[in-house]
Write a protein that binds this ligand. Structure first.
Ligand code: GLU
Length: 355
């Protein structure tokens, strides 16, 4: 009799614990960095002329009280700037803050509010250096918080929903914009004026509708827990210098030479078409590579497709690297991280295939 009572008490306790954990809210930290989502204009009809990075994190959170139904939300003001002004210093400091937070057992997910201009860079960098399976979601907006039909509040609501979802674990760093869920490695800002600004040539991973994520694909590339890069092994507040030169017709070689003089360790050539290099530019790049050890990374100014190794230029012969499908700004970050580990172009090429 006593035995049976103890057993049913145990069962009741187990059921109670299960239902508490079913309904317990996850803890999500919103890290604010500035951007349009924290922007303010002179009037509600100023949707494009405004000052970015004005509204503090608590006001951002309080403006969307519905997110408190999704998760226990706390805020951290990491930066308050327009994202085009982010440098290695801010990027590394942000990565270290995110790393400290994801290591806390009490934190289940992270949302980072960010200017849309370089949101894709920060997302990709974190995707490469943070070792966690907890959701990290970057979110921004295209209209300032003061505008009619501001897109920030719903974006933030959906981002918190995503960051508190167990289904978002181990999918790499995610970007939530305009209801769509993107992988950090291939999302890019494709339109600079509309709310559907973010695109990926390989498509979104999924979409969030009324706080529920729906998933349609996954990335096959290495990220977060399977990355060989780790913010904990990067010292100081600067990455190896890597700069981008944009390709066009009628170029002069001076930009490449100037960057070399300024100490760049790699040049990402945002070439025409399939990462092409003009015949009259090739000797300069060969010289910088052969005589100064500067890595030449062939990316493309074309938003879609991917650069093929040994097509357009003999990469094997010259010791150059093809950026594969990474756009120039992402190729810049991967090259910088690669250079923290190696100066072997074959190794760097392997990294470009894998990430
Ligand atoms: N240029 C600003 C930034 O990237 C505003 C753009 C935006 O957030 O949409 O922070």
């Amino acid at each position: 009799m006593i035995n049976r009572t103890v057993k049913s008490l145990g069962l009741a306790l187990t059921l109670l614990a299960a239902s508490v954990s079913l309904y317990a809210k996850n803890n999500v930290v919103v890290i604010a960095t500035g951007g349009t989502i924290a922007g303010a204009g002179a009037s509600s009809t100023n949707s494009a002329t405004y000052t970015a990075a004005k509204v503090p994190v608590d006001a951002l959170i309080n403006a969307v009280p519905q997110i408190k139904d999704l998760a226990n939300v706390s805020g951290v003001q990491a930066l308050q700037i327009a994202s085009e002004s982010i440098t290695d210093k801010e990027l590394l400091s942000l990565a270290r803050q995110v790393n400290d937070l994801v290591k806390k057992p009490s934190v289940n997910g992270i949302v980072i509010t960010h200017g849309s201009d370089t949101l894709e860079e920060t997302a990709f960098f974190l995707n490469l250096v943070i070792h966690t399976d907890k959701p990290i979601v970057l979110v921004g907006s295209m209209r300032p918080s003061t505008a009619l039909s501001a897109d920030g509040p719903l974006n933030l609501y959906s981002a918190v929903a995503l960051a508190s979802s167990d289904e978002a674990k181990n999918k790499g760093v995610l970007v939530l914009m305009n209801d769509s869920i993107f992988a950090a490695r291939d999302v890019t800002k494709g339109i600079n004026i509309h709310t559907n600004a973010f695109v990926s040539q390989w498509g979104a991973l999924g979409t969030v509708v009324e706080k529920k994520p729906y998933w349609f694909r996954n990335t096959l590339k290495r990220h977060t827990t399977s990355s060989e890069f780790n913010i904990e092994h990067i010292k100081g507040d600067q990455l190896p210098v890597v700069q981008i030169v944009y390709g066009s017709d009628s170029m002069i070689p001076d930009a490449y030479v100037a960057y070399a003089k300024a100490g760049t360790k790699a040049i990402v050539n945002a070439g025409t078409g399939n990462g092409s290099v003009a015949s009259y530019i090739v000797p300069t790049l060969k010289q910088l590579h052969d005589e100064q050890g500067i890595q030449i990374i062939r990316s493309s100014r074309v938003a879609q497709g991917f650069v093929l190794r040994n097509a357009e230029q003999p990469d094997d012969k010259y010791g150059w690297v093809a950026a594969h499908d990474l756009n120039p700004q992402k190729a810049r970050l991967l090259a910088a991280l690669a250079l923290t580990k190696t100066t072997d172009a074959n190794e760097i090429q392997r990294m470009f295939w894998q990430y």
